[in-house]
Ligand binder design. Structure first.
Ligand SMILES: [Mg+2]
Length: 397
């Protein structure tokens, strides 16, 4: 039988925190268990057992509401150290099958198992082995999606939860048919703003997008997004799991002592991270072409988002501008546990490789030069008087 070019698994533990509690406390088994803040406290649900989900309880819901929905639910406080230990055990299981593991959060990961097929069998066989391995070693269940790429694997792992195994047909026509009825919000990169734009065009399912006129889509979303979405709606996704070893990057992150919801406080911390990263870039003589935002919510789910910079930069102003754009787009009204800022695609020159020569004379370039001078002056002052001697106006108000 012909082997497909790539095989990815997405492994997602079922109601992870709640399942760990039920495993460790047999008296909780079969009961609606809510992990998170107690019902009489301000705070939210970090995880709900499947018994609790039947009452409409889900993570990020205020505990108070959860209690209203299911008065006899058992509230258990977070035992993060324990969940982390179990998580490490599970990640080690993954690594015994393939070195290409990309954790998405404490309880889920992508595995590129393409190179492991000759050892462990095809994607489905390997998914069953991993599920059994996890069950035997941890007494927990996982749902797995098997697919030719990451986007489809992640969709698939969710299709037969809990304790499910879903193999996406490795066939273009069947893939498009499977995606067609799904709501457009299930597609990667479709946030609230994009969803609204698409809805205004009459696109509510992935199938609607498959049939939509590409040129009209380009006018509304711009060429880059339109191209990406037109591929994704057909199940095409070329991303790879890198080992990361040769990827140069500079980043910095902070874990808050308490989960933070105050936007100003989050922004102030984030701006300080950006300035530190920018200073490190300048010191190392690098310019960044990509910036990254990392956010971890109080329930431990983590997102990483990135965007490209038109002209490679290492000055505070540009990095703050681009960084804040990312933050504004992705910050939600949810408590934040960790925030990070990073840069990659580092170059030793700030001259864009792909742009035309006449761009160097544009006002954009003049502004760019001015920003570089300002940042170098700021570095000189910091060097002399210490890092906190220089803050931008916005930090002070
Ligand atoms: Mg999960």
């Amino acid at each position: 039988m012909k082997q497909n070019p790539q095989t990815f698994l997405h492994v997602d533990m079922d109601a992870f925190f709640a399942s760990v509690e039920q495993r460790d406390h047999p008296e909780l088994r079969g009961k609606p268990v809510v992990v998170g803040a107690a019902a009489d406290q301000r705070g939210v649900v970090a995880a709900a057992s499947y018994e609790a989900r039947k009452y409409g309880i889900h993570s990020a819901m205020p505990s108070r509401i959860a209690k209203q929905k299911c008065p006899h639910a058992v509230f258990v406080s977070n035992n993060m150290a324990n969940y982390k230990a179990v998580s490490r055990e599970i990640m080690r299981i993954f690594e015994s099958y393939t070195p290409h593991v990309m954790p998405l959060s404490i309880d889920e990961a992508f595995l590129d198992v393409t190179g492991a097929r000759h050892l462990f069998g095809d994607g489905k066989t390997m998914a069953e082995k991993i599920r059994n391995h996890i069950r035997e070693q941890t007494q927990l269940t996982a749902s797995v999606g098997v697919a030719p790429n990451m986007f489809l694997a992640k969709l698939a792992s969710d299709m037969n939860k809990p304790d499910g195994l879903t193999v996406v047909p490795f066939n273009q026509e069947a893939i498009e048919k499977m995606l067609a009825p799904m709501p457009i919000g299930r597609m990667w990169g479709v946030g609230k703003v994009t969803q609204k734009k698409l809805l205004s065009l009459g696109i509510s399912t992935i199938g609607d997008l498959q049939n939509f006129d590409f040129q009209r889509l380009e006018k509304v979303l711009g060429p880059k997004s339109a191209y990406g979405f037109s591929r994704l709606c057909r199940g095409i996704d070329d991303r790879k799991i890198g080992t990361g070893a040769d990827e140069k990057s500079i980043s910095n992150e902070t874990t808050f002592r308490h989960d933070i919801t105050d936007r100003e406080q989050i922004e102030a911390t984030y701006k300080r991270l950006i300035d530190k990263v920018a200073a490190r870039l300048r010191k190392a003589g690098f310019y960044a072409t990509t910036v990254h935002l990392r956010l971890r919510w109080s329930d431990f789910t983590t997102i990483t988002r990135q965007t490209k910079i038109a002209i490679p930069a290492n000055d505070d102003i540009t990095l703050r501008e681009v960084g804040m754009e990312l933050l504004n787009e992705h910050l939600r009204h949810r408590p934040v546990r960790l925030i990070g800022f990073g840069t990659s695609g580092l170059t030793e020159s700030d001259k864009p490789r792909t742009l035309q020569m006449n761009l160097f004379d544009s006002p954009d370039t003049a502004r760019h030069e001015k920003r570089n001078r300002l940042s170098r002056a700021a570095d000189a002052i910091r060097e002399k008087y210490g890092i906190s001697s220089l803050r931008r106006g916005s930090d002070l108000d």
